[in-house]
Design a protein around this ligand. Structure first.
Ligand code: SF4
Length: 293
């Protein structure tokens, strides 16, 4: 089994208490069966607190979230995890806390591991990388050579190759990979509004955008947009460049059309939380766009 990661992957380090949007609040934190067993076998004060703060229905388990912000009960006032602080290591973290913000693609004897944009630090790295995107083995000593057999992955890699060919202007690369047709700004805002909405504030942003006069949005010739389109191509091998382009256009439009002066990093983080953390939204969006390979 060969594990591949983007060339920026090793730069990632959780910002912990420096993070403005901690991932330990605002959504359900599921506990996997092995970690649940570990928690059930803990003694002392920490064991008592663990027993008191887990919700389980026999099949699934999660932490009892606290307050309006739905914070993890083990997140302290400085936004640090008490399970790590008390143990000095990550042994007591459940799988989901270990893994966030990583995502995985599985293909034959390969695992692709990426950084998801729902994390502000991942968004900073993905958008800010200057080097062209490349997938590299996570273990540099491996002598295995990745070989894709599925057509969607082969096509996706072709698309990434074109998107990262900086001898061509970004607009030409986008036309080749994502096709010439795109929605107007209002139709795009309405399309994203028709998906499952997780955060009411996101709905407000989309409504404001839909109220703006309809206009044609163009991607600026900046590396951050190349990186963003490549991110979507990499993360979703089964979706065409149209999916990547419409997500990037929505993000750009929110940045330039609304008065709130959102940064691209902030918008793609919200977009990721809304679309990528819904079980149904990515597939529904690709389907509505006709972007399934
Ligand atoms: S969102 Fe990212 S940087 Fe922030 S606490 Fe979670 S993993 Fe760390």
């Amino acid at each position: 089994m060969i594990e591949l990661v983007p060339n920026y992957y090793q730069q990632f380090k959780c910002k912990a208490d420096k993070c403005r949007h901690t991932c330990c609040a605002g959504w359900e934190i599921d506990i996997d069966p092995d970690t649940l067993e570990l928690y059930q076998n803990q003694g002392g004060q920490l064991g008592k607190e663990l027993h008191e703060n887990i919700l389980t229905d026999g099949n699934t388990a999660s932490f009892k979230l606290v307050g309006k912000e739905e914070r993890c009960p083990f997140l302290n006032d400085n936004n640090l995890c008490r399970l790590i602080l008390e143990r000095g290591d990550e042994e007591l973290l459940c799988d989901i806390c270990h893994e966030h913000p990583r995502f995985y693609n599985y293909h034959d004897n390969m695992i692709e591991k990426g950084l998801g944009l729902a994390c502000e630090e991942a968004a900073r790295i993905v958008l800010g990388t200057r080097e062209e995107f490349a997938l590299i083995p996570s273990c540099p000593d491996t002598d295995e050579v990745p070989q894709y057999t599925e057509t969607a992955y082969i096509q996706r890699d072709e698309d990434i190759k074109i998107m990262t060919d900086r001898s061509l202007p970004l607009s030409s690369r986008i036309s080749k990979v994502c096709g010439p047709k795109k929605l107007d700004s209002v139709a795009r805002a309405k399309l994203f509004s028709s998906l499952e909405i997780l955060d009411p504030e996101w709905q407000i942003i989309l409504e404001k955008l839909a109220e703006c006069e309809s206009h044609s949005v163009h991607i600026p010739p900046e590396i951050c947009y190349e990186n963003l389109i490549v991110y979507y191509l990499f993360r979703y091998p089964m979706f065409t460049g149209k999916y990547a382009l419409e997500c990037a256009l929505l993000a750009h439009d929110i940045c330039v059309s609304l008065d709130e002066s959102y940064t691209l990093e902030e918008v793609v983080r919200r977009l990721s939380v809304e679309v990528e953390y819904s079980d149904i939204n990515p597939g529904m969006l690709a389907d509505k766009l006709g972007a399934l390979r």
